[in-house]
Unconditional design. Structure first.
Length: 659
C-alpha cells in the first residue's frame, strides 16, 4: 500500500469544490443477494511465449494483486500446444515455460490453474494423459480443464484464426469430440471440471447457423456436449472509444442470462459460466482500461460468472498514444514487457499497468466467500457495486467514469447499518498504486477517472441464523409462482423478498418449505431472495437469488409467433405471425412489444407499418383480421449486444399467448 496522495485526501475529506457535479446518490440493498465470490474469481492468462511466465517476480506481483486463477498455455496457442514435449509447432515457446514451471508460479502465488487442452491439433488421449500427469503423478489437483480455445474461429463461419486439423470443423464435430475428451479425462480423475467453448451472446458468431448445421454454435454444442460438461466458456473483447467501451458492461447481465438460458434449453441443466478471456480496445494500459477492468470484473462476478481471466499478463506494444494524459502502449498485458518501438520504450520490465491495480482493487473488494448485493447509482457515469463480507462487513466499490468531473456521493443502505467511519481504498488516474485512508460511510467525493472502495463494519452484532438457501421454482405460470426450499431450522422463519436492482418488496414469510405468490405480471423477469429471521429478530440474508420469468397467458384472443429466419451475427431477418384466436374480427390491428435493451433496432419492415421509439416497437396494419386468421409481417433487425427476444406481445391492447 502507498500513502494516500494529498490530492485524494482533500477530495475524500474536504467538502466538494465548485467543480464537482451535483450530488450522486448510491443505494445499497444488503438484502438483495446476488452471486457469491469464487476463489478463482479474479484470474489472468499466462502464455508459453512469455519468458516471464512463472518467474518469482511475476508470481509475487500476481499474489499481491489477489489473483486467484491462472490460465495456461495461452489463448490460441492452446490449440497447437503439446504438453508432453512442450512444443507448439508453428509458434514460439519461450524457455522455462513448461507446465511444471507454470505450476510452480501458480503455487507460489497461491492461485488455482485453469488448463486449456489442445483440441485443434490434439487428441482426447493426449488430454487424458495431461490429467494423469498433473493430478495423479504430480498431485497438482488441477480442477478446471477447458477443451480448446475459440474453436468457432476455425473458419467454419468464414473467419479463421484458430488451429483445427479436423476435416469437419462444425459445432457438431467439436461437441462430439468434447464428449470424448470429457470421458477420457474424467476416467483418469472423476473430480475434475470440464468446460466447453461457447460464443458469448451478442458477440460474433453468436446466432449464426452455418450451412449444414442444425443450429447456432451454442445450440449444437450445448445439445450434444452440454449434458456431460461442467461449465461454459465465454470470451469478450468489447470495442469502441473510451466512452463506448465503458458503457458496454451494461450488456453483461443479458449476456450471462442468455448463455444460462441456452444451457437450460439445450443442455437441460444449469451450467456455470467462466469468462476466461477479457480485455478492452481503448486505454489498455491507462486509466480507461483500469476503469473497464474494475467494472467488468465486478459486473460479471455479480451476475454469477465464477471465473474472469484478463488477457494477458504480458503481451507487447502496439500503437503508442496518449490516453487520459498518460502514455498508452496499446499493450494487452497487465505488466510491462519492457520493450521498445522506435524511440518509444515501455517502463521497466514487470512494471504494473493501470489494469493491474484495478484487479487488485477488485480482489480487495470482492474476496472469496463474500457475496455481491444490489447497488445502484443515480448517475450513469458512476458505477456502483457492493459485497456483503463473510465477517459481517460491507464493501462498496465506486467507479467514476467521468474523465473531467469529480462526483460528490451520498450513500444509502437498506438492510445494513454501518458504523460512521470507513476504510477507503482508492486508485486514481496516473497513480502508481492503491492508496488507503479513512473516510465516511455515508459520503465521499470521487476524483475524475477513479476507483474507490469503502470498507464498512456494522454497528451491532453480525451473529444470526444460518444463511438461507437458494429457492427453487417448482411451478411458474403467467401469473403465479410456487417456490420451495428445505424446511427452515427450528425457531427461524424465511421472508420472501422480490428485488429489482436496489428496489424490492417483501412478498411474505413462512416457517414452511414452500411459498406461492399470485398476481404476477405475465412475461416478466423476477428475482427472489430469502431472508432468515430468528426469534430474537436477528437476520441472515444474501442467499443466492432465484431468477425466473413468468409465462404468457394460457388463453387469449390473440397469439404471436416470433420466427428468426436468418442471422449474420449483428443482424437478422424475422417474421412475426399474428393470429386472431378470438371470435370477433379486427378491423385493423396494432401489435406492440418492448425490447429490454437499448442496442436492438428494427432496421426495416414489410407487410405492415413498423415504428420504434426507444425499446418500444409498434407494428400496425389497416387490414382486416378475421377470427381464426393469421397475418405475417417481417423485419430486418440489428443488434450490437445480446439479442434478447421479446416476452410480452399485445394486440390492440390485449396480452397475447406465444407460440
Amino acid at each position: 500500500m502507498l500513502s494516500l496522495p494529498a490530492a485524494l485526501v482533500v477530495a475524500l475529506l474536504v467538502p466538494p469544490a465548485s467543480s464537482a457535479e451535483t450530488d450522486v446518490t448510491v443505494t445499497v440493498n444488503a438484502r438483495a443477494g446476488l452471486a457469491a465470490v469464487d476463489p478463482t474469481a479474479v484470474g489472468v492468462n499466462h502464455a508459453i511465449w512469455d519468458a516471464q511466465l512463472g518467474t518469482d517476480a511475476v508470481a509475487d506481483l500476481l499474489k499481491d494483486a489477489g489473483v486467484g486463477a491462472m490460465r495456461y498455455p495461452g489463448g490460441s496457442y492452446s490449440d497447437i500446444y503439446h504438453w508432453r514435449d512442450h512444443t507448439a509447432p508453428g509458434g514460439y515457446v519461450a524457455p522455462n515455460t513448461s507446465f511444471d514451471h507454470f505450476m510452480a508460479g501458480v503455487r507460489r502465488a497461491g492461485a488455482q490453474p485453469v488448463i486449456t487442452a489442445n483440441y485443434g491439433t490434439g487428441t482426447p488421449e493426449e488430454a487424458a494423459e495431461w490429467v494423469r500427469y498433473a493430478n495423479v503423478e504430480k498431485g497438482y489437483g488441477v480442477q478446471y480443464w477447458e477443451i480448446g480455445n475459440e474453436n468457432y474461429g476455425n473458419g467454419h463461419y468464414g473467419s479463421g484464426w484458430e488451429a483445427d486439423n479436423h476435416p469437419d470443423k462444425s459445432p457438431n464435430q467439436y461437441a462430439r469430440l468434447v464428449v470424448e475428451y470429457a470421458s477420457a479425462m474424467k476416467a483418469v480423475d472423476p473430480s475434475i471440471k470440464v468446460g466447453a467453448v461457447l460464443t458469448s451472446p451478442g458477440e460474433w458468431p453468436d446466432g449464426i447457423t452455418a450451412a449444414g448445421d442444425a443450429g447456432s454454435w451454442n445450440q449444437v454444442v450445448l445439445s450434444i456436449a452440454g449434458p456431460v460438461v461442467d461449465f461454459g466458456i465465454l470470451h469478450w473483447y468489447p470495442g469502441g472509444s473510451g466512452a463506448e467501451v465503458l458503457t458496454k458492461t451494461d450488456r453483461v447481465a443479458d449476456m450471462v442470462r442468455l448463455a444460462r438460458e441456452q444451457a437450460r434449453r439445450f443442455a437441460g441443466k444449469e451450467l456455470p459460466m467462466a469468462m476466461t478471456e477479457v480485455n478492452t480496445s481503448y486505454g489498455r494500459n491507462t486509466q480507461p482500461g483500469a476503469l473497464f477492468a474494475a467494472d467488468a470484473y465486478a459486473t460479471l462476478l455479480a451476475n454469477g460468472v465464477f471465473n474472469v481471466d484478463w488477457w494477458n499478463v504480458h503481451n507487447g506494444m502496439g500503437t503508442v498514444s496518449t490516453v487520459a494524459g498518460h502514455t498508452d502502449y496499446d499493450d494487452f498485458g497487465l505488466l510491462s514487457s519492457g520493450n521498445c518501438s522506435g524511440e518509444v520504450c515501455q517502463p521497466a520490465l514487470n512494471t504494473p499497468f493501470a489494469p493491474y491495480h484495478a484487479l487488485a482493487m477488485v480482489s480487495r473488494f470482492a474476496r472469496p466467500g463474500d457475496r455481491f448485493v444490489a447497488a445502484s447509482s443515480t448517475d450513469p457515469l458512476l458505477r456502483a457495486h457492493a459485497t456483503r463480507r463473510t465477517d459481517g462487513g460491507l464493501a462498496v466499490m465506486l467507479v467514476n467514469q467521468d474523465p473531467d468531473n469529480a462526483k460528490t456521493v451520498s450513500l444509502r443502505y437498506a438492510g445494513y447499518a454501518p458504523a460512521a467511519d470507513a476504510r477507503v481504498l482508492s486508485f486514481g488516474n496516473g497513480d502508481a498504486g492503491i492508496a488507503t485512508t479513512s473516510g465516511s460511510a455515508s459520503a465521499a467525493t470521487l476524483p475524475p477517472y477513479s476507483i474507490t472502495t469503502l470498507v464498512l463494519r456494522p454497528t451491532g452484532s453480525t451473529a444470526g441464523p444460518a444463511t438461507p438457501p437458494r429457492p427453487v421454482a417448482d411451478a411458474v405460470t403467467a401469473t403465479t409462482a410456487t417456490l420451495s426450499w428445505p424446511t427452515p431450522p427450528a425457531g427461524v422463519k424465511y421472508e420472501v423478498h422480490r428485488h429489482a436492482g436496489t428496489a424490492g418488496e417483501q412478498w411474505g414469510e413462512t416457517t414452511g418449505s414452500s411459498f406461492t405468490v399470485a398476481n404476477l405480471k405475465p412475461g416478466t423477469d423476477y428475482t427472489v431472495n430469502l431472508v432468515a429471521r430468528d426469534g430474537a429478530g436477528r437476520v441472515s440474508w444474501a442467499s443466492e437469488p432465484l431468477a425466473f420469468t413468468t409465462g404468457t397467458p394460457t388463453t387469449s384472443t390473440c397469439a404471436v409467433a416470433f420466427r428468426e429466419t436468418t442471422n449474420w451475427g449483428n443482424g437478422y431477418v424475422a417474421n412475426v405471425e399474428i393470429a386472431n384466436t378470438g371470435t370477433q374480427p379486427l378491423d385493423g390491428w396494432q401489435l406492440t412489444w418492448t425490447w429490454p435493451t437499448s442496442w436492438q433496432q428494427v432496421s426495416s419492415g414489410w407487410n405492415a407499418d413498423w415504428t420504434q421509439t426507444g425499446g418500444d416497437v409498434r407494428v400496425s396494419s389497416t387490414s382486416r383480421l378475421a377470427p381464426g386468421a393469421t397475418a405475417t409481417a417481417g423485419f430486418v433487425g440489428a443488434y450490437q449486444g445480446p439479442n434478447v427476444l421479446p416476452t410480452r406481445y399485445t394486440l390492440n391492447g390485449t396480452l397475447c399467448t406465444t407460440r
